[in-house]
Write a protein that binds this ligand. Structure first.
Ligand SMILES: [Zn+2]
Length: 179
């Protein structure tokens, strides 16, 4: 009696049918599906970061980690290599790298000079990131962006940008200049 050739899953070793072996490149169905799901989940790992706002609650901006990695890697820092912000930004890069390599979601804190937040706001305005509001995602295209200016003395003025939702509520207000 001829013993038929056995096909084993290359990953977990379980005996599988020749058809499955051929079809899935030597991987059993559960391993095949599980692996694929895990890889997809890892690819979608996100970074989120709370960004402070004037007169409103902070907003949380979220982005796919592997898309944010080249952005944070290029983001500049305040001061030179002996400045605290240089080390803060190096730490941010390492955290985002960890997120990408291990496929885990992470929460970052904005650095003390707001460079991380600034980079995220830029990506938000390009449509590459979104505001995380509980289960909801809010995209830049759904908002109205305006410039604001306060004060009437030329030495005591300040201004920046703000975002309004479709009902006209201010949801984010950022200072970008002081006179
Ligand atoms: Zn298997």
């Amino acid at each position: 009696m001829n013993k038929t050739k056995e096909y084993n899953c290359k990953k977990c070793g379980v005996v599988i049918q020749e058809f499955t072996f051929e079809k899935n490149d030597g991987i059993c169905m559960p391993c095949n599906n599980g692996t694929r799901k895990e890889i997809e989940e890892r690819k979608n790992a996100t970074v989120k970061c709370e960004i402070s706002s004037i007169d409103t609650d902070p907003i949380t901006i979220e982005i796919i980690a592997r898309e944010f990695q080249p952005i944070i890697n290029k983001a500049g820092n305040v001061g030179g290599k002996h400045h605290a912000n240089y080390h803060e930004m190096e730490a941010q890069k390492a955290l985002v790298k960890h997120c990408v390599v291990y496929g885990v979601d992470i929460e970052l804190y904005d650095d003390h000079w707001g460079r991380t937040g600034y980079a995220l706001i830029e990506e938000f305005e390009k449509g590459n990131a979104w505001i995380r509001n509980g289960e909801h995602k809010i995209y830049f295209k759904e908002l109205i962006k305006e410039e604001w200016k306060e004060g009437n003395h030329f030495l005591a003025m300040q201004g920046g940008i703000l975002y309004k939702d479709s009902s006209g509520n201010i949801i984010f207000k950022k200072l970008t200049w002081l006179s």
